[in-house]
Design a protein around this ligand. Structure first.
Ligand SMILES: [Zn+2]
Length: 466
């Protein structure tokens, strides 16, 4: 317990440096795949503390892999830093009040997430140096979590292979260890190409829109023949026509895209439905005399939960305690709850018991196939109905309550890391649990070999707001 207190004291004395980065990211939000400033600032900080940083890994200019120490065990922390579109919000307002209309904002608290794990990694490193503890600390800078793009490409690039445990977290509306499964997920575009013609002689053309529309119909039919999933994690298959080839009915369109996203029970099912969608695309192209090209934007696995590491997180969450919400935090929380027509409860400060449950899709699920994952939630929003991915969570992430959440997370993750370094039996048990849950299934990337991350994603929007 003495060492745990020393780790927490170090964080208290040194947290201002990460608070400053978190504030900067909040003031300068960058959308998925365009997190150039954010990844640089976080990587620079790690380098300053003696981590070796490899920037631009896995073909992602805004990703990095940082490392300190040597030998086993290898503990990994995670940093996400992308913002969300159109959530700009004045942090001092308790009503909708954009700083810049339609500009991005940190409505998922990634300005905090960007440095929470980093704070833990550095605090743990200090402790390792002081006590001469063996082991390696890694920190992964992972772009585009909001689009689930970063981690599957980093996994395919082999970056997670030597890790023994992942220590991850996310701001939330609750304080708990999230021993959660998630659905697997894919995001894929089918580009239909035909032959353009004048509307008064359409027989000279082959309509790409016909191909895409027929595929939409095929997707509707396919839906009935895939397992529905459960209420907590339902199977969904959605599609849209993002830019229909022609804007004028008197032209046979040469190019049309149909865009599909799916949430599936597990990776196996995602791979199966992806291949059935490919078959639909080919059939629809053949029927309409067009051609089609598949573009997989991303595809992630289901999350493999780990109860053993969940319990380790809960223990340390109870040691550190829920964030010390100030009376101003509570006042703001109640005002926001009122604005959202939610019950004005403020923060409860309750710590939940660790149970297996489901949570929405995230690409952190990729981690969970390589090593047991410890996942912490700390309450940034006072209640579920106070909004998330919303101006309200953006307000909280920029306010002082965000800093309390960030330092709480940093402490809990650092302490969990210390336990893993000093009590090898915990890691052994966690690994045995993962082995049992995986039933011998290897990690196989759901990305086709030729899939590349689209570096132009959000580029035009970001240029407007930088
Ligand atoms: Zn998030």
């Amino acid at each position: 317990m003495e060492t745990k207190k020393t780790i927490c004291d170090w964080i208290d004395e040194n947290k201002d440096e990460v608070f400053a980065i978190s504030d900067y990211l909040w003031e300068h939000p960058e959308l998925s795949m365009q997190e150039y400033e954010a990844s640089q600032k976080v990587a620079d900080l790690l380098e300053k503390y003696g981590f070796l940083v490899n920037r631009g890994v896995a073909g992602l200019p805004t990703a990095f892999a940082a490392e300190y120490g040597s030998g086993k065990p290898v503990l990994a922390f995670s940093s996400e830093y992308d913002a969300l579109p159109a959530l700009s919000q004045n942090k001092d307002s308790v009503v909708r009040d954009p700083v810049i209309d339609m500009a991005p904002g940190h409505g998922c608290g990634h300005n905090l997430m960007a440095v929470g794990g980093v704070l833990a990694a550095i605090a743990l490193q200090r402790c390792m140096i002081e006590q001469g503890l063996a082991g390696t600390i890694k920190v992964f800078g992972t772009p585009a979590e909001e689009l689930c793009i970063g981690k599957p490409f980093m996994a395919r690039g082999g970056l997670f292979e030597e890790v023994d445990a992942f220590l991850d977290w996310h701001p939330s509306h609750r304080n708990r260890a999230a021993a959660c499964d998630t659905n697997a997920y894919f995001n894929v575009k089918y580009h239909f190409s035909g032959v353009s013609a004048h509307g008064n002689a359409p027989w000279n053309g082959r309509s790409s829109l016909d191909g895409a529309m027929l595929m939409g119909h095929a997707v509707e039919m396919l839906r009935e023949h895939i397992e529905p999933g459960s209420k907590d994690s339902p199977t969904t298959l959605n599609y849209a026509f993002p830019d229909v080839g022609n804007s004028f009915p008197n032209v046979v369109p040469a190019n049309t895209v149909i865009w599909c996203v799916g949430r599936m029970k597990n990776a196996e099912m995602a791979a199966d439905v992806l291949s059935r969608l490919d078959a639909c695309a080919k059939g629809c192209a053949q029927a309409t005399g067009t051609t089609v090209k598949e573009e997989v934007i991303t595809a992630t696995h289901d999350m493999i939960p780990n109860l053993c590491l969940g319990q380790l997180i809960e223990e340390n969450l109870r040691y550190v305690g829920a964030p010390a919400y100030s009376s101003e935090d509570q006042e703001d929380a109640k005002k926001i709850q009122k604005a959202m027509n939610a019950k004005e409860t403020g923060y409860s400060g309750k710590i939940e018991h660790t149970v297996l449950s489901s949570q929405p899709v995230t690409d952190s699920s990729e981690y969970s196939w390589f090593a047991p994952i410890a996942f912490l939630n700390v309450a940034l929003a006072p209640s579920e109905d106070a909004g998330w991915h919303s101006w309200t969570s953006c307000k909280f992430a920029g306010s002082s309550v965000g800093k309390r959440v960030l330092e709480t997370a940093g402490k809990i993750l650092a302490l969990a890391g210390y336990d893993l370094l000093t009590k090898p039996e915990i890691l052994q048990e966690a690994k045995a649990e993962l082995k049992e849950r995986l039933c011998g299934k290897p990690y196989q990337s759901l990305l086709p070999e030729n899939a590349k991350p689209d570096l132009t994603t959000n580029k035009a929007v970001m240029e407007r707001f930088r």
